[in-house]
Ligand binder design. Structure first.
Ligand SMILES: NC(=O)c1ccc[n+]([C@@H]2O[C@H](COP(=O)([O-])OP(=O)(O)OC[C@H]3O[C@@H](n4cnc5c(N)ncnc54)[C@H](OP(=O)(O)O)[C@@H]3O)[C@@H](O)[C@H]2O)c1
Length: 253
């Protein structure tokens, strides 16, 4: 049985993806900071799938030692990690263009440094085995700068850049790297948004796309819903003058 470790498995996309992999006979390890919430997700998955290969471990990804201990626990008690879905993230939409340093610090600590803690510990064990797949959940917000998204967007842009670099570096170690860029998905995070969210999808939709993307033929980037992301990819290649004009027009900011 293959083993997947999902960070941020207590809610939203992480919890839905955990169910999807469990339904398809993977051993699933979910982690986050809140063990009670994780255990509720675990119970739900066990009730739905009638199989008990779901494990919950408390792990704050911004703490390097917790991450290393979690990975060691999974490897010794559950099995070799074949696939890691680095999905945990903090999200706090700026309500204005205020430059809030605490928000930057939090999002950099969790989204960027936390994900790097996971990659650091995973590559040590995957390199020795010469196999493994690390999938990083970013966001199309990282494609280009958007108004009021400086803190969250810059962490997600950094993750895309990081994954692109690691695609080359880890190839030599036989470790696969993927980046996942979802559009708007219903979750605890998007409940905080007060702006319209075009092409909003459910976390089950995201889980299906992630499962297909990670288990079929290897792909570097997994993105959905396709039409919405193609629009954002098109905006990415426009010259600054045109890009700034369009974004100002649509956001009124
Ligand atoms: N929803 C969307 O529209 C959307 C779009 C693009 C990208 N994404 C990305 O998709 C991923 C999942 O998002 P979501 O919408 O499902 O978010 P969510 O429901 O808010 O879930 C975030 C998860 O991260 C965990 N987490 C937060 N801080 C953590 C920390 N320091 N250590 C460990 N776990 C931590 C939370 O669990 P605890 O609170 O229990 O720790 C929770 O399980 C994120 O990377 C997000 O940026 C989401």
């Amino acid at each position: 049985m293959k083993v997947i470790w999902i960070t941020g498995g207590s809610t939203g996309i992480g919890a839905a993806t955990a169910l999807k992999f469990a339904e398809n006979n993977w051993k699933v390890v979910i982690s986050s900071r809140n063990l009670d919430k994780l255990n509720l997700v675990k119970e739900k998955i066990i009730n739905k799938t009638k199989q008990s290969n779901v494990f919950s471990i408390k792990c704050d990804i911004s703490k390097k030692n917790e991450v290393i201990n979690t990975i060691n626990r999974i490897e010794s008690e559950i099995g070799n990690i074949n696939l890691a879905l680095l999905n945990a993230a903090a999200y706090s939409p700026n309500k204005s263009q205020e430059f809030e340093i605490e928000n930057f610090e939090l999002l950099i600590d969790v989204n960027l440094k936390g994900t790097i803690n996971c990659i650091y510990a995973l590559q040590n064990i995957m390199e020795k085995r010469k196999s493994g797949h690390i999938a990083i959940v970013s966001s199309p917000v990282g494609y280009r700068g958007l108004p009021t998204a400086a803190a969250y967007g810059s962490t997600k842009a950094a993750l895309i850049n990081l994954a692109e670099s690691l695609f080359f570096d880890f190839k030599k170690k036989s470790i696969k790297v993927s980046i996942i860029n979802p559009g708007f998905i219903e979750s605890e995070s998007t409940k905080l948004n007060t702006f319209p969210m075009p092409f909003l999808k459910t976390s089950e939709f995201a889980a299906n796309k992630i499962y297909q993307g990670l288990t079929k033929k290897y792909k570097f980037e997994i993105f959905f819903p396709t039409f919405f992301i193609y629009i954002l990819k098109f905006l990415r290649i426009l010259p600054y003058r045109v890009y700034f004009f369009i974004i100002k027009k649509f956001t009124g900011l």
